[in-house]
Design a protein around this ligand. Structure first.
Ligand code: HEC
Ligand code: HEC
Length: 436
């Protein structure tokens, strides 16, 4: 969408930028009710490394409250790494077979009904036309039993070698994945479910949620999803207070809000209560890391949405991220290329120019030895292809206006969600260490 014309029309129509130029969203998000027993069980599972092949990686490894439910680095390290956040590193003698190609997204508000599309390319989404109600790249037999798309999401990291399953046939889960055994007896999911079944404290907790029947992987995923939905609901920021009852924002944030919903044109894509249209746009974000290539391809490109739809128009389009708690979720962009929020915002003013001057030195990588992560940024043809897909027209903002926009983004921070409602458990039923 070319939004220059719209922004210009708004400026002409309103002249001044002190009052919000565009309509503000309604504070009308719906959060379906959750069962307390399931949420409490999900908390333990989320922080328990038992769900990874080698029993060393939990969901929290890449989605930790210390890093606002992300991991503080551009591209994280799953299986084979040690430490947390920017301190996480791998053994140089045993580097990961494959890297994580995308930035770990924050998990705020994913329990709100409007979140039905997941991942930077939306390859998992709610689809009422399917018997399971969900569309994933894995197909129908994989999709049964999940309560929601958010719950189905949990099937991906546990099956991924570089995230949680592990490599080189070094454990039972990795072996099953390697042989293509996912569902059914002896499959990766039943290995994980059996591990949970065998721990009495988990079995007792599941009794309260599913009764005495055997634990299936979807039951584990449903509890984890309930925890994510409860723990990181984030709709109590200063901005929400303003929307609900007019509690005034500090002056810079109020000016920033007027720009966001007015002349700066941000709400054309970052619309709605959570600052996302849940759609896909190409804004020439710099690309770092190994990229997303099919097995037979050799490149470091990540073309985003086109890999899901096959439609040329979707090349280099990525999902508009929600901006809730964004002041705390650095780094930014689908590959985490921007270390600082201000640079991510400035990128939008002239995406093609910003891509051209992107400095790879700012990338927060997990340790040294990742020089090949800059292959795309060093290849003029690759940069040109990203630039050519850009659909965001330049907009001019002064330094003072950028500062106001940043003040508004900060007013999207919700302290309760950042602290977490339940927090990090003291211990988990497997007895394995919990990352703090
Ligand atoms: C090794 C790091 C890593 C681990 C471990 C991990 N994730 Fe993620 N997670 C990611 C990355 C990277 C993405 C984005 C992938 C993409 O878009 O292609 C992601 C995406 C997600 C999303 C989608 C968010 C959105 O808005 O689209 C959810 C939900 C999520 N993870 C939850 C979990 C849960 C639950 C677990 C444990 C079962 C888990 N993750 C384990 C790195 C990780
Ligand atoms: C044309 C749609 C569009 C418009 C208009 C737009 N954005 Fe974005 N924005 C996106 C998309 C898409 C991404 C993610 C791109 C990617 O990762 O490749 C993004 C990413 C961001 C990020 C990084 C968030 C993160 O978690 O990584 C911030 C911050 C941001 N936008 C703020 C703004 C602001 C402020 C404005 C107004 C000046 C704005 N955006 C206008 C589509 C848009």
């Amino acid at each position: 969408m070319k939004r220059q014309a719209t922004a210009l029309a708004l400026v002409l129509a309103l002249g001044a930028q002190t009052a919000p130029a565009g309509p503000l969203p309604q504070a009308d998000a719906r959060f379906p009710p959750l069962e307390e027993a399931s949420v409490a069980l999900g908390q333990l599972l989320f922080f328990d490394p038992i769900l990874s092949g080698s029993r060393t990686v939990s969901c929290a490894t890449c989605h930790h409250p210390r890093f606002a439910t992300s991991d503080g680095v551009a591209l994280g390290l799953g299986d084979g790494g040690t430490g947390l956040g920017p301190d996480r590193s791998h053994d140089p003698a045993n580097p990961p077979e494959q890297r994580i190609p995308r930035n770990s997204p924050a998990l705020f508000n994913l329990g709100a009904s409007e979140f039905t599309t997941f991942f930077h390319d939306g390859r998992l989404e709610t689809d009422p036309t399917r018997p399971s109600g969900i569309r994933t790249p894995l197909g129908a037999d994989m999709e049964a039993g999940f309560a929601s798309a958010l719950s189905a999401q949990a099937m991906f990291p546990v099956l991924s070698g570089d995230e949680m399953a592990g490599h080189y046939s070094e454990n039972d889960v990795a072996q099953a994945v390697r042989q293509g055994l996912l569902t059914g007896p002896g499959g990766a999911w039943s290995i994980l479910s059996d591990r949970i079944e065998a721990i009495p404290a988990y079995r007792a907790a599941f009794d309260a949620v599913i009764g005495s029947r055997e634990i299936r992987f979807a039951d584990i995923a449903n509890a984890v999803a309930d925890f994510v939905a409860f723990e990181w609901r984030a709709d109590n920021s200063p901005f929400d207070a303003y929307l609900r009852d007019g509690t005034p924002l500090p002056a810079p944030a109020a000016r920033g809000m007027a720009l966001f919903y007015g002349a700066a044109g941000c709400s054309a894509c970052h619309g709605g209560q959570f600052q996302t249209d849940h759609a896909f746009h190409a804004i020439a974000m710099p690309q770092i890391g190994p990229g997303k290539a099919a097995r037979f391809e050799r490149h470091s490109r990540d073309q985003g949405r086109i890999r899901v739809t096959g439609a040329d128009a979707d090349a280099y389009r990525f999902r508009t991220p929600s901006l809730r708690n964004v002041a705390h979720t650095a780094p930014y962009g689908h590959s985490g290329a921007y270390a600082r929020l201000e640079d991510a915002v400035r990128h939008h003013l002239d995406p093609v120019a910003a891509l051209g001057r992107y400095d790879t030195a700012q990338a927060v990588l997990p340790g040294p030895g990742f020089d090949s992560d800059f292959a795309v940024m060093r290849a003029p043809a690759e940069r040109a292809a990203i630039a050519a897909a850009n659909e965001l027209a330049p907009v001019t903002l002064s330094d003072a206006e950028i500062a106001d926009l940043l003040a508004f983004l900060d007013a999207l921070s919700d302290p309760t969600s950042l602290a977490g409602r339940m927090g990090v458990p003291d211990a988990v039923p497997s007895g394995l260490p919990v990352a703090r």
